[in-house]
Ligand binder design. Structure first.
Ligand code: NAP
Length: 292
């Protein structure tokens, strides 16, 4: 990790979905660079395997391990509780965990809360986790939020946000990825002046990972390609003040035009808060539960 006036000597980084693919790559590399890495996974054995790889290949044990199935909002909520209780500092949150298109022709899947799975895991879990962790990130500033999205984006249909009609895994995935970028733009606006930045990226096209293999696509990129691009958003001092951007790897790129539409972003926030409140029985929207 580069150490500058704006980055602490031992940055603490939480990576969701650190048990495979890009998240695993980042965990090992950040351990090698001397960061304190909190790894998240949904399976204790796979978390142990990542911890061992960090030790064996990166020369450093995790700063912490946290377990949660992100397809269940009550587990996301408990994950936030645990992070807030166990760690007094968090400099970087990497919302990386994700579900791909699924196998060709696969049927629509639902989360534990009855929500369309890709929307729930790829977007809504990160939305809720981030909102809950904002007080900690602000206290730890300078801090960064990195949302691992994709260049594959489609607009959200607010008449059918859960894709109940004409489902396709590709469409579900792409909508969830645009939702992450819309959230990133909102976050940057809300966090202006706090020392916390938020950016999103497409790490690389068709890296050789489990989700790409499941989709039956041929890999076109390596984990090094996507890993280095993501690492740049985590630790490049030149990006310390940059917020609200979407990068195609390292190139600042306009996302799908729906992301630039404030009304669409407002509708997405409203939908997200309603779904979370329904799932958790909360009475206040996420944005109001996080003191600014
Ligand atoms: N691969 C690409 O070419 C590509 C391109 C653009 C963007 N991306 C994005 O990059 C990120 C990482 O993808 P990847 O290619 O590294 O995929 P991957 O190898 O399939 O890894 C996905 C990670 O997410 C975790 N995950 C999935 N569902 C979860 C759930 N319900 N609860 C908790 N964790 C869950 C997985 O956990 P398990 O280990 O337990 O399965 C795994 O750690 C994703 O956001 C993806 O959309 C990837």
């Amino acid at each position: 990790m580069n150490v500058t006036e704006t980055t602490p000597a031992r940055p603490i980084v939480l990576i969701t979905g650190a048990t495979n693919g890009l998240g695993h790559w980042l965990a090992v590399r950040l351990a090698e660079l001397g960061a304190g890495v909190i790894i998240h996974g949904r399976d204790p054995d796979r978390l142990d395997a990542t911890a061992r790889a960090m030790q064996d290949e990166g020369g450093g044990r995790p700063h912490g391990t946290v377990l949660a199935d992100l397809a269940d909002l009550s587990q996301v909520d408990q994950l936030a509780d645990e992070v807030l209780k166990e760690f007094d500092t968090l400099h970087v949150l990497v919302n990386n965990a994700g579900v791909g298109f699924g196998p060709p022709g696969a049927a629509r899947q639902l989360s534990a809360d009855g929500l369309e799975l890709r929307f729930a895991v790829n977007y809504l879990a990160g939305y809720h986790l981030t909102n809950r962790l904002l007080p900690l990130l602000k206290r730890s500033a300078p801090a960064r939020i990195v949302n691992v999205a994709s260049i594959g984006q489609e607009p959200i249909d607010f008449d059918d946000p859960m894709l109940e009609h004409d489902y396709s895994g590709i469409q579900a995935y792409r909508r969830s990825k645009l939702a992450q970028i819309m959230f990133t733009i909102d976050l940057a606006e809300r966090l202006r002046g706090t020392g916390v930045t938020a950016n999103a990226l497409h790490p690389a096209s068709l890296m050789d990972t489990a989700m790409v293999r499941e989709m039956n696509f041929t890999a076109l990129s390596t984990l090094d390609d996507g890993g280095e691009a993501t690492l740049r958003l985590i630790n490049d001092p030149a990006l310390a003040e940059v917020s609200g951007r979407f990068y195609d790897q390292t190139v600042d790129t306009p996302p799908h035009p729906q992301a630039a539409d404030p009304e669409a972003r407002r509708r997405l926030r409203e939908l997200s808060d309603t779904l979370i409140a329904q799932a958790l029985g909360a009475t206040q929207p996420d944005r109001e539960r996080s003191p600014s």
